[in-house]
Design a protein around this ligand. Structure first.
Ligand code: PMP
Ligand code: GLN
Length: 375
């Protein structure tokens, strides 16, 4: 008897595996393929010979906690307490899983906005709580009326993801005003804010929950160093939450991982001093612009991309196939792997849209675009 009868292997695993089998250019799963910053690899080489190989304190390596507090202060002018309000996690995935497992009770309802990233559902179901999927509008803006209608006395939490994977949309001031007004009516509802792409926005600045004073006493904010520092395989991130929630989250965290990979924590804490997070957005903006320019003469229609390192395109002018079949054929016939957007919808809504990851070196983007322009 499965506890998760409807959960299947993640689409990222499926597509990356198929890309490898067919030797296709992998623009599916979101990870960079360019070299890691040499300053970071040098820190790691040096650390390998130092005394950094044993458990750190459960919440995290204290200098790293302090530096995250400074980063949040510099980036968002928010004061957070390193000892009680920050937890280092094995990636955002573990931060999210742990939060949901620690805070949800059976029959609680959790509002999820579709298309949604795939790691929210399983921990909700394992907590015997209920995911309530509400679709975003077709232009990927939230429909606050429909969202408000989904709230009830069973609602325990709403999850937002901003900047948004897979759509590349970001929330604006009016979205936050709507959210704040809604949550004011439901004082016990918590907010889980997945902001793993917080530093990857383009024309408009990212509006973080860190800056929304009305939300802070009930918000769990999640970030990922894997995304911010181009090291997705390190699986290191953190969450920020008020102490009364953090106490509960730590109860679960200590038995899931206890403490996170020590050498990565120390390396990140040293590297933070060398990085200007404001440059991450412009770095990816160049890649976005380059990739979009390369696809300009293709038959794909490019959707807006305000943040993240994902470009959504419509293939409606090319084929009527469903998006999963189209992605499979893109691999087998054209040697490029993408992610079908329907897999981010609980009801499999298929708008003939697929997602490409442009966190790749220019040569990879050029070769992929060449193949895509031949379709
Ligand atoms: N949330 C979103 C929206 C993501 O795209 C990802 C993938 N990086 C995660 C969470 C998980 O991040 P991590 O790899 O740090 O676990
Ligand atoms: N976040 C990555 C993406 O959206 C996938 C990470 C994973 O494979 N779990 O592509």
């Amino acid at each position: 008897m499965s506890k998760l009868p409807n959960v299947t292997t993640s689409i990222f695993t499926v597509m990356s595996k198929m890309a490898a089998e067919y030797n296709a250019i992998n623009l599916s799963q979101g990870f960079p393929n360019f070299p890691v910053d040499e300053r970071l690899t040098q820190i790691v080489s040096q650390l390998a010979h130092e005394d950094v190989h044993q458990y750190t304190p459960m919440s995290g390596y204290p200098p790293l906690l302090a530096k995250i507090a400074t980063l949040v202060k510099t980036a968002y002018n928010r004061n957070i307490l390193p000892d009680t309000e920050i937890l280092i996690t094995a990636g955002a995935t573990q931060a999210i899983f742990t939060t949901l497992l620690a805070l949800l009770k059976p029959d609680d309802e959790v509002i999820i906005l579709d298309p949604s990233y795939d790691c929210y559902e399983a921990p909700i179901l394992l907590s015997q709580a209920k995911p309530i999927h509400i679709a975003l509008n077709d232009d990927y803006t939230p429909n606050w009326k429909i969202i408000a209608n989904a709230f009830s006395d069973k609602t325990k939490m709403i999850i937002i993801n901003n900047p948004h994977n897979p759509t590349g949309k970001i929330l604006n001031e009016s979205d936050f005003e709507n959210l704040e007004a809604l949550l004011e009516k439901y004082p016990d509802v918590l907010l889980l804010s997945d902001e793993v792409y917080e530093y990857i926005t383009f024309e408009q600045k990212h509006l973080s929950t860190h800056t929304r004073t009305k939300l802070l006493d009930r918000c769990i904010m999640v970030s990922s160093f894997g995304k911010s520092f181009h090291v997705t395989g390190w699986k290191i991130g953190y969450l920020v939450a008020p102490e009364y929630l953090m106490k509960e989250i730590k109860k679960a965290h200590q038995f899931l991982v206890f403490s996170v990979n020590s050498i990565c924590q120390v390396a990140v804490s040293k590297y933070i001093d060398l990085v200007d997070v404001n440059e991450i957005g412009s770095f990816y903006q160049e890649k976005r612009d380059y990739f979009r320019a390369l696809l300009q003469n293709s038959k794909f229609e490019l959707m807006p991309c305000e943040g993240t390192y994902f470009q959504v395109v419509s293939y409606a002018k090319i084929s009527n196939e469903n998006d999963v079949d189209f992605c499979k054929r893109l691999i087998t016939d054209y040697g490029v792997a993408a992610i079908p957007i329907s897999t981010f919808y609980a009801d499999g809504k298929d708008l003939k849209l697929i997602r490409f990851c442009f966190a790749k070196d220019n040569h990879t983007l050029e070769e992929a675009a060449k193949r895509l322009c031949e379709i």
